[in-house]
Design a protein around this ligand. Structure first.
Ligand SMILES: [Zn+2]
Length: 134
């Protein structure tokens, strides 16, 4: 389960809307306690692919974000990207490129009404994770 403050939830949707038609991406830093993750800080990273159908986080920005989290005493709990024209479900490419079983993959879909869904991806198989908006 991942807890997301309302303000962060809204900022993610606005960022995805402003970045469309390209996919946007980034990381979320936060805390983990009793199996629940809580989002604290968003890191908006360049989609180095500049594509409407896939994303690739700018590696230098990703590295800087992780370093900033360490300094703030939080850790990477989720990564996010948008699907400007498709459902909030991991694509085959998303499953193939998933790199961390511990973090939560957030997908912001703008296909109809903007919505964010969360997944865990293990061995290229996605399972739903609950989101609680605080
Ligand atoms: Zn995707």
């Amino acid at each position: 389960m991942i807890k997301i403050p309302e303000q962060i939830y809204q900022r993610l949707i606005e960022y995805a809307e402003n970045g469309a038609p390209e996919e946007v991406c980034g990381l979320i830093g936060g805390t983990k306690a009793d199996g629940a993750k809580e989002a604290r800080e968003i890191y908006f990273l360049e989609n180095a692919a500049h594509s409407a159908a896939r994303f690739s986080m700018n590696p230098a920005e990703q590295f800087a974000a992780i370093r900033d989290m360490r300094e703030k005493g939080i850790s990477p709990i989720a990564c996010f990207h948008s699907h400007p024209k498709s459902e909030a479900k991991p694509s085959a490419e998303d499953l193939r490129l998933a790199y961390d079983e511990e973090i939560c993959y957030l997908i912001i879909s703008l296909k109809t009404k903007p919505v964010i869904k969360a997944f865990r991806i293990t061995d290229k198989i996605a399972s739903d994770e609950d989101i609680t908006v605080l």
